[in-house]
Design a protein around this ligand. Structure first.
Ligand code: CMC
Length: 379
């Protein structure tokens, strides 16, 4: 056993064969089922992209219409689930509320027979359809407001916005939010997807799989980074401070949030698309100071961190876009989950098709043959 090479963080260790998405970190290329993510962000909608990820091909008009219809039909959540959300502390993080609600949701829709394709598909529809409702319900309830019922006449992204703010978003805002959902829907073998696949490999039900993935997404090295980017931009305060702040941060070995990636050694293609969308949002308004700071920070980082292959990742600009849309900071990661659920479920379906339980190896570095000393004789 001791000959096995230990790779911290499983870096470069394949853990599955997958046809869901592809990333080339040198060429800044990300494809969902072979289609470039930039094309999907421009041409597709979240519903169509979800189908593509789940089924492997773009839907026909009829398939998309039926899928969309099913999603709209399953957006509502049970009264008892709303009651459960009401019982959660309003000061708690929405990601924790989401994880708890998804785990509880599985109790309403028993789906333990993962060999049953119909029950699996029903769970897929419910999870994609209901995650936005849960996030919006917790957000409303924590501010003492009643949750807003979903509207069947609105598409996925617009309905999510409606349930958050009781306001129908403009076509421009809808487009940006939809593109953000597409850009976050999938990203090969990241930590939360791996977590979902590990849980799925035990043949646990899909609600348990997604609640595990939501929990893993929470951390600041993964989905939680988008929130911390804005805290960091606030700390920098103004564009002229960016270069000095960065110099100091690098010297004191601080992590720059929204920068760096295990796979990308160039600028994350999703960051480029998001920046483009951000600029379109800011055409009609004055660009927020956070965006000006981000631009100066990126410029300084190109010199200081670029040679090490550290460039902006998707989270660098997503928070700035969400803030411009009026979305509160602690909802950034839940929005990531609302999108990524499509990728998680695609990987789960792939995992259970050719399943073998994950049971990796460890390299034991502890002691052997330690004598047991009775309590009264211990020093
Ligand atoms: N700021 C400063 N230095 C960095 C950064 C950063 N953001 N990222 C990597 N480095 C340095 C790191 O200190 C190390 O330097 P050295 O070789 O001198 O010790 C080297 O680059 C390798 O870094 P690592 O942490 O070993 O790389 P990793 O592949 O294990 O981690 C990462 C990848 C994303 C966790 C890391 O880049 C990071 O912590 N970034 C900040 C958090 C962040 O933005 N996360 C969002 C990731 S994208 C969306 C998502 O997956 O959710």
């Amino acid at each position: 056993m001791s000959q096995i090479e230990f790779r911290p963080g499983l870096a470069d260790v394949p853990v599955a064969e997958s046809a869901v998405s592809f990333v080339d970190g040198q060429r800044a290329r990300l494809e969902y089922r072979g289609i470039a993510v930039e094309t999907l962000a421009r041409e597709s909608c979240f519903e169509e992209t979800s189908w593509l990820l789940l089924k492997g091909e773009l839907p026909t008009q009829r398939q998309l219409a039926e899928f969309d219809d099913q999603l709209r039909h399953h957006r509502r959540i049970k009264y008892k689930l709303k009651d459960l959300i009401r019982c959660l502390p309003e000061t708690g993080h929405p990601m924790d509320a989401l994880q708890a609600a998804v785990a509880a949701m599985g109790m309403f829709y028993p789906s333990r027979d993962v060999a049953n394709p119909q029950s699996n598909w029903d769970a897929v529809i419910r999870l994609i359809a209901k995650l936005p409702t849960v996030v919006a319900a917790f957000h409303r309830i924590r501010h003492g407001d009643e949750p807003i019922n979903p509207r069947d006449d609105l598409a996925h992204a617009a309905n999510f916005y409606w349930m958050l703010f009781e306001q129908v978003p403009s076509p421009a805002v809808t487009r940006v939010l939809d593109a953000c959902l597409i850009l976050h829907a999938e990203h090969t073998m990241n930590a939360s997807t791996f977590s979902g696949r590990v849980t799925g490999s035990t043949l646990a039900d899909p609600f348990t799989v997604i609640s595990a993935a939501v929990g893993t997404l929470t951390g600041p090295l993964h989905g939680g980074a988008n929130e911390e980017v804005l805290d960091m931009l606030d700390e920098i305060g103004s564009p002229e401070n960016a270069a000095d702040w960065l110099k100091n941060a690098v010297e004191t070995k601080r992590k720059i949030m929204g920068f760096g990636h295990r796979v990308y050694k160039v600028k994350d293609p999703r960051a480029t698309v998001l920046q483009d969308f951000a600029e379109r949002v800011f055409v009609e308004t004055t660009p927020p100071v956070a965006y000006q700071i981000a631009l100066d920070l990126e410029k300084a980082a190109k010199v200081m961190l670029g040679p090490k292959g550290i460039y902006p990742n998707v989270d660098f600009f997503s928070g700035i876009v969400y803030q411009a849309l009026g979305i509160p900071r602690d909802l950034f990661t839940p929005i990531f989950a609302v999108a990524r659920v499509a990728g998680w479920l695609s990987h789960w379906l792939e995992q259970i098709k050719h399943n073998r339980i994950f049971r990796p190896e460890q390299i034991y570095v502890g002691k052997h043959d330690v004598p047991y000393i009775p309590l009264e004789k211990r020093p």
